[in-house]
Design a binder for this molecule. Sequence first.
Ligand SMILES: *[C@@H]1O[C@H](CO)[C@@H](O)[C@H](O)[C@H]1NC(C)=O
Ligand SMILES: *[C@@H]1O[C@H](CO)[C@@H](O)[C@H](O)[C@H]1NC(C)=O
Ligand SMILES: *[C@@H]1O[C@H](CO)[C@@H](O)[C@H](O)[C@H]1NC(C)=O
Ligand SMILES: *[C@@H]1O[C@H](CO)[C@@H](O)[C@H](O)[C@H]1NC(C)=O
Ligand SMILES: *[C@@H]1O[C@H](CO)[C@@H](O)[C@H](O)[C@H]1NC(C)=O
Ligand SMILES: *[C@@H]1O[C@H](CO)[C@@H](O)[C@H](O)[C@H]1NC(C)=O
Length: 506
Amino acid sequence: MMSTPSPLLVSCLSHCIIASLALAAGPCDIYASGGTPCVAAHSTTRALFSAYFGPLYQISRGSDNATIDISPLSAGGVANASAQDSFCSNSNTTCLIATIYDQTGRGNHLKQAPPGGADKGTDPNGFDTLAAADGAPVTLNSQKAYGVFISPGTGYRNDVTNGIAVGDDPEGMYAIFDGTHVNGDCCFDYGNAETSNTDTGNGAMEAIYFGTGGGKGSGSGPWVQMDAENGLFSGGNRSVNPSNPTSDSRFVTAIVKGQPNNWAIRGGDATSGSLSTFFNGVRPSGGYNPMKKQGAIILGIGGDNSNRAQGTFYEGVMTSGFPSDETENSVQANIGAAGYAAAPMTSGPSTLSVGSAVSFRATTACCTNRYIAHTGTMVNTQIITPSNSSATRLSASWNVVAGLGNNACVSFESRDTPGNYIRHSNFQLFVNVSDGTQVFKEDATWCPQAALNGKGNSIRSWSFPTHYFRHFNAILYAASNGGPSDYDSKNLFNDDVSWVVGPAFA
Ligand SMILES: *[C@@H]1O[C@H](CO)[C@@H](O)[C@H](O)[C@H]1NC(C)=O
Ligand SMILES: *[C@@H]1O[C@H](CO)[C@@H](O)[C@H](O)[C@H]1NC(C)=O
Ligand SMILES: *[C@@H]1O[C@H](CO)[C@@H](O)[C@H](O)[C@H]1NC(C)=O
Ligand SMILES: *[C@@H]1O[C@H](CO)[C@@H](O)[C@H](O)[C@H]1NC(C)=O
Ligand SMILES: *[C@@H]1O[C@H](CO)[C@@H](O)[C@H](O)[C@H]1NC(C)=O
Ligand SMILES: *[C@@H]1O[C@H](CO)[C@@H](O)[C@H](O)[C@H]1NC(C)=O
C-alpha cells in the first residue's frame, strides 16, 4: 500500500521542480512551453536551449585556413571563448566567423551570404565578407564570449531552410544587438527573407531591422523596425511612429512577430527591465496583407543582399507560431539573467593610453628603420633618424586621444596638424580634419591589440575589425588578411601589421 505524501510535501515538490525548470530554461525552452517553438536559434555567445551542448559557431584561421567549432562550456552554457583564443593563438593570426550554427537541429545554419539583386560582396565570387571572430568581445555573467560585428559588406544567409514560416504563416523572432553600433543604410536585418537573394516584392520578407534608417520613431534612433521588403516599418505605415523610442542601450532586445493581418514590434534593454510594445496592429497597406514570406534567413543584410549597413548581433531566434507577450516577457527575463556586459576592446604591450604621444616603427625585416608618417593627407612610412628636421620628425608623431567613434578605443591626431586624425577611406589611410560626421569618427577609431607577429602592437579598425594598419610599398592601408586588394596580400601580413610603439619624436 502506498503512503500518501503530505499536502505540504506535494506542494513543495511541484514548486521546487517548476522553479528549477524555470531557472534552467533557455529562450527556446521558454518559447516551446509557450507553444511557439524555435525553428532557428543562432548565437555565438551561448546555448539557447538548456540542454544544448553542440557547436555554436565555426571559425576559420587566416594562417592556414583551418577551422574549428566553438561549443558551450557546458550544456546550456556560455561559449568556450578560450577555445577560440587558443585556436587563433591569442591573436597571432586573424580568425573569421564562417558559420553560425542553428541550435534547433533543423540545420538552419547561417553562412557567408551570396551576391544578390542589390549588392554583391568583395569576395572573388561576389559573396559578402565574413565577420572578424573577435570584433565584438563581451562577457556574460563575467564569462568571456564574442558577438558578430557586422561591418558594411559583411553578411550571413541561408536560402534553403527547414520549418521557417512561409506565405502568411505566423512567426516570431527576437535578437540582441549593440545599440551603439548602427547606421542608417540598408539593411542590418535578422529574420525571414527571399530565397532568391532578390527583391521579389512587398511582403516577401518579415525581418527585424535595426538602425537609424527606415520609418523612424522618436529621438535620433536607432529604432527596432520590421523589414517587410520595400519598406522598413517602425509602426503601422511608412510615417514616423512616435511610440517607437530610440533604442540605444549597449545591449538591445529587439522583437518582431507577425500573423495574418496582425504584427507587432517590441523591445527593451537586454541587460535589465521589461519589454515594451512599440506597435501592435494590422499589416501596412500596399501589398503586405497577406504576407508572401519565403523562409530564407538573413543576418546583417537586406533580402536582396543590400549590404551597406552595420550592426552587432549576439543571439537571435525565429519561432513557428505567433508568440504571446507573456512568453516573450519570460524570454526577456532569461536574457537579463544572462548578464551581458561590454568587454575591453584593446590589448597588447603598449596601452596607447589617451593623452600619450607616440611613434610607430615597422617590424617587417625590410623596414625596421621606417615609421608611420604623413605627407600632406597621405599616410606612409618614412625613415626617421635624429638628423632629420624637426618638421620631418613631427610628421611621424601622433597624439593618442579617446576614440572619436567609440571611446573603448582610440584615435590618432597628427602632432603637426592638430584637429587632423588618421582615418581610413576606401581602406587607404589619410590624415584628415574631422568633418564631424559619424562615418568620419568611426573611420578614425582604432583598437590596438597585441601584435600579430608578437613584436609590439597591431592597430585594428573599430568599424572594420578585419582591417589593420598595414604598410605596403611604404603606403599605409587598413588591410584585411587575404582580402581583395593587392595590399591585402597574405604574404608578410603579420609582420606588415605589427608596430613597435615608442615615444613621439621631439
Ligand atoms: C587559403 O585559402 C585561400 C583561398 O581560399 C587560398 O588562396 C590559400 O592558398 C589558402 N591558404 C592555405 C595556407 O591553404
Ligand atoms: C574550452 O576550450 C579549451 C581550449 O581548447 C579546452 O582546453 C577546454 O577543455 C574547453 N572547455 C570545455 C569545458 O570544453
Ligand atoms: C500612420 O499611422 C499613424 C498612427 O501610427 C496615424 O496617426 C497616421 O494617420 C497614419 N498615416 C497615414 C498616412 O496613414
Ligand atoms: C631622415 O634622415 C635620414 C638620414 O639620417 C635619411 O636617410 C632619411 O631619408 C630622412 N628622412 C626623411 C623623411 O627625410
Ligand atoms: C581627406 O583627404 C583626402 C585625400 O587628400 C581627400 O580626398 C578628402 O577629401 C579628405 N577628406 C576630408 C573629410 O577632409
Ligand atoms: C605570438 O605572439 C606572442 C606574444 O603576443 C609572441 O611572443 C610570439 O612570438 C608570437 N608568435 C608568432 C609565431 O608570431
